[in-house]
Design a protein around this ligand. Structure first.
Ligand code: PLP
Length: 370
């Protein structure tokens, strides 16, 4: 085998789930459901789909490179994000092939061999993968009460620290760090460290204690806020996310961005998705109703879960998560095992949630758990 760089060979690869069709073929089942990747089960706005169809009718457009700068989408975002207190311009925004790409780009811009980044564990696995991919060290700090232990994370800061990652809300636990926790963290964090706040699930947050990170941008802090169209906006398949930061940071990250990193379809559909507030509202309502139902049913079964500010629920089991994963799979339900005894379940359509509860009940009953 051709030897890769030492620090690359040590990375544990991300394991993607199998396509549903393949799974059904293997198990000899039909009608299975995927509650594993926190997508919007309603998909995108019809307006976004219409824009895609119209675009595809024009073959010469398909044959052309996309707008590498993503001008119109950035302009739409800048308008949406600006408030009376903070003016966001297109110079404050960078688009990514999913927010995932922006994690990688930010790491490659600011980190190299021997540097350190601080992050929580468990949190979004891509942070540590990105950091390790440039030969830097991922310092992982265990969660406290299922959320980021910001005090401990501060304790881990050294001269080598270049980036601190905060997923707020956190994946896989669905928890948030509050305004006050974040404020006190930022007060003590050295100014020259980049804080990447990953707000992939911001649209779902209901808590009044959720921090307004844009305020820190206005205060001149080195902060990169990441958001995405993959979750509440239902565009995961087209890969489009964005970062908001000060113009200097955006300029630096842009230097290593591939010139045409976001495609035409993702850009036009994101613009339309952003406009369709009715669809967003409907999507959030579905999740809130789904969560209420799932909480109630889990409670009835005496199963512990962490109340979530997102579109997924972190469930604490009494026994092996892999066993639950396999058993649910046989019932045609794909969820994500995220710890030895923990699973993450995406809130789906009403009938999908019911199917999950039904299967879960059956498994628990047979196992004699809880
Ligand atoms: C916390 C978090 N950040 C980022 C992402 C990546 O989203 P995108 O599809 O925009 O790359 C995800 C997706 O699962 C996520 O959970």
């Amino acid at each position: 085998m051709l030897k890769s760089l030492d620090y690359v060979s040590q990375i544990k690869p991300y394991v993607p789930g199998k396509p549903i069709s393949e799974l059904e073929r293997e198990l000899g089942i039909t009608g299975s459901i995927k509650l594993a990747s926190n997508e919007n089960p309603l998909g995108p706005s019809k307006k976004a789909l219409r824009a895609i169809k119209n675009f595809l009718k024009n073959s010469s457009e398909v044959g052309r490179y996309p707008d590498g700068g993503g001008y119109y989408l950035k302009q739409a975002l800048a308008e949406r994000l600006s408030t009376s207190k903070i003016l966001i311009t297109i110079d404050n925004i960078i688009l990514g092939n999913g927010s995932n790409e922006l994690i990688d780009l930010a790491v490659r811009t600011y980190m190299s061999h021997g540097d350190e980044a601080i992050m929580a564990n468990p949190s979004f696995v891509v942070y540590s993968m990105a950091v390790k991919s440039v030969g830097s060290k991922a310092i992982e700090v265990p969660l406290i009460d299922y959320k980021h232990d910001l005090k401990k994370m501060l304790d881990m800061v050294t001269d080598k620290t270049k980036i601190v990652f905060i997923a707020n809300p956190n994946n896989p636990t669905g928890t948030i760090n509050t305004k006050e926790e974040f404020r006190s963290f930022m007060k003590k964090l050295p100014m020259d460290i980049l804080v990447i706040v990953d707000e992939a699930y911001i649209e779902y947050v209901e808590s009044k204690d959720y921090p307004n990170t844009m305020k820190y941008l206005a205060d001149g802090r080195n902060i990169l806020i990441l958001r995405t169209f993959s979750k509440a906006y239902g565009l995961a398949g087209l890969r489009i996310g964005y970062g908001i930061s000060n113009a200097d940071i955006i300029t630096e990250i842009n230097k290593i961005r591939e010139p045409f990193n976001t495609n035409s379809l993702s850009q036009i559909s994101a613009i339309e998705a952003l406009k369709d507030k009715v669809h967003l509202k409907k999507s959030l309502k579905l999740v809130n109703e789904g969560k209420a139902y799932l909480y109630e049913e889990l409670h009835k079964m005496n199963v512990r879960y962490i109340p979530s500010e997102t579109n997924f629920i972190y469930i604490l089991l009494e026994s092996s998560s892999m066993e639950y994963y396999e058993r649910l799979l046989k019932e045609g339900i794909i969820i994500r095992p995220v710890g030895p005894k923990e699973i993450r379940v995406t809130v789906g359509l009403k009938e999908e949630n019911e199917k999950f509860i039904h299967a879960f009940y059956k498994i628990i009953h047979n196992k004699g758990d809880n």
